[in-house]
Design a protein around this ligand. Structure first.
Ligand SMILES: O=C([O-])C(=O)C[C@H](O)[C@@H](O)C(=O)[O-]
Ligand SMILES: [Mg+2]
Length: 415
């Protein structure tokens, strides 16, 4: 089964004004959809980030894909290495093709090839990953402080959430609609004592529901320790309170709950020092930058060996990514927490509605062949046109914040 050609389509979809430590989401989030076509008429789908350099890298790999056997993932690794070597222009690929850029590119195509393999064999991707250890993947309610609207934009139907009551109301709606059984709060937005009040309000409103808070390194070590002490007994984990492995290790030594990260351990070379310094108790995997679905499973095994919990990170994403996340999570034994997803925040998608439904906070692994999702070509064209018109070519949460607070820099840690 050989690849004939690859179509790379950048898209933009509406995104609410969600606040985080560095600023606010733009009115549109970017993604890229790839379609890997084969001589057998099967098409494999992949989805990843939509920033300009990623799109260029995907196109560089796509140009080399013709003739590759869809079962040849080792050959894909070689193609990505060649493409990133050329793209970097250095004569050798950064870290022998294991740079973050190379991992992102490899992952996108790996997912598409696994989708094509599954479609050819009539089996879901989870079976190609060794079979399911769970039929349903639990996700968490991912709450954000948010504005009622983007500057000069219309109000969305979630309304503002800028205090504990606003977040509790948001949680009630999200848990009511999707049934989530764990809750995450994106923090680093308000002074830490106000964010602690939000967590206590959630603990009162949702007794017994596991809670997590993630300020994306907005806090200094002393602030993080103070918050960790205030929230003792209330959090299942504290995510990226402060920057760097050494900073996380200093906090971890002084608070009782495990620290989680998708910021200080984001590549294989970060694991040995983080383990040696006991900096983290939970790793948030993400197949988009951890080198694909199979490496994500291997990461789970590594975490198990070193007694580190495994959760899953998310960025604003569409249905192809949710399907891939669900297949790999279903095939990863050592998944110890509900996964993050931004999916409830989106109002547009490139896949037909159907298999990706949250029931009781979980998504059942799609049963169809491959990823089990169907590309909606009209929607893809519409969201591509939206990308063209939006003019947004890179994710930038700082600049839109400056329209409201001109002195804003997004520099961290802030508190
Ligand atoms: O867990 C995380 O760090 C994230 O989900 C990163 C995202 O970029 C989040 O901060 C967001 O969407 O604003
Ligand atoms: Mg995080």
């Amino acid at each position: 089964m050989r690849v004939t050609n690859v179509v790379v389509t950048p898209v933009a979809f509406r995104d609410p004004p969600l606040l985080n430590a560095v600023g606010v989401h733009q009115p549109y989030a970017l993604r890229t959809v790839i379609e890997v076509n084969t001589e057998d008429g099967v098409t494999g789908l992949g989805e990843t980030y939509g920033d300009g350099p990623v799109v260029a890298g995907l196109r560089a790999v796509a140009a080399r894909m013709a003739g590759l056997d869809v079962f040849d993932l080792a050959g894909l690794r070689r193609l990505v290495r060649q493409a990133t070597t050329v793209a970097a222009g250095t004569g050798r690929s950064e870290l022998d093709g294991r740079s973050r850029a190379a991992e992102v590119l490899y992952s996108t195509f790996e997912v598409a090839l696994l989708d094509a393999q599954g479609k050819a064999l009539g089996r879901p991707v989870v079976d190609l990953l060794g079979g399911r250890v769970r039929d349903e993947v639990p996700y968490s309610a991912y709450l954000f402080y948010k504005w009622a609207s983007h500057p000069d934009g219309p109000e969305d139907d979630w309304g503002p959430a800028l205090d504990p009551d606003g977040i509790v109301a948001q949680a009630k709606r999200m848990v009511g609609e999707y049934g989530f059984t764990a809750i995450k709060v994106k923090a680093g937005v308000l002074p830490p004592e106000q964010e602690c009040a939000t967590i206590h309000a959630l603990a009162d409103a949702f007794p017994g529901v596991p809670l997590r808070i993630d300020p994306n390194t907005a806090w200094s070590v002393p602030t993080a320790v103070e918050v960790g002490r205030r929230l003792a007994g209330v959090l299942e984990y504290l995510e990226d309170p402060t920057p760097g492995i050494a900073g996380m290790a200093a906090v971890a030594a002084q608070v009782e709950m495990p620290l989680a990260t998708n910021m200080c351990v984001v590549a294989r070379e970060h694991l040995p020092p983080a383990i040696a310094q006991r900096a983290i108790g939970v790793l948030l995997s993400d197949h988009h930058f951890w080198g694909g679905l199979r490496h994500t499973q291997q990461l789970g095994e590594l975490c198990d060996i070193f007694d580190i919990g495994l959760s899953m990170h998310s960025n604003s994403h569409l249905g192809i990514s949710l399907a891939a996340m669900t297949h790999v999570a279903a095939a990863t034994e050592h998944l110890t927490y509900a996964c993050d997803t931004h999916y409830p925040w989106k109002t547009e998608d490139v896949v037909e509605p159907g298999p990706l439904r949250f029931e009781g906070g979980s998504v059942r692994v799609p049963s169809g062949a491959g990823l089990g999702v169907t590309l909606d070509r009209d929607a893809l064209a519409r969201l591509h046109e939206q990308w063209r018109r939006s003019g947004i070519r890179t994710r930038d949460d700082v600049t839109p914040m400056r329209t409201v607070q001109p002195e804003w820099t997004g520099a961290l840690p802030r508190f």
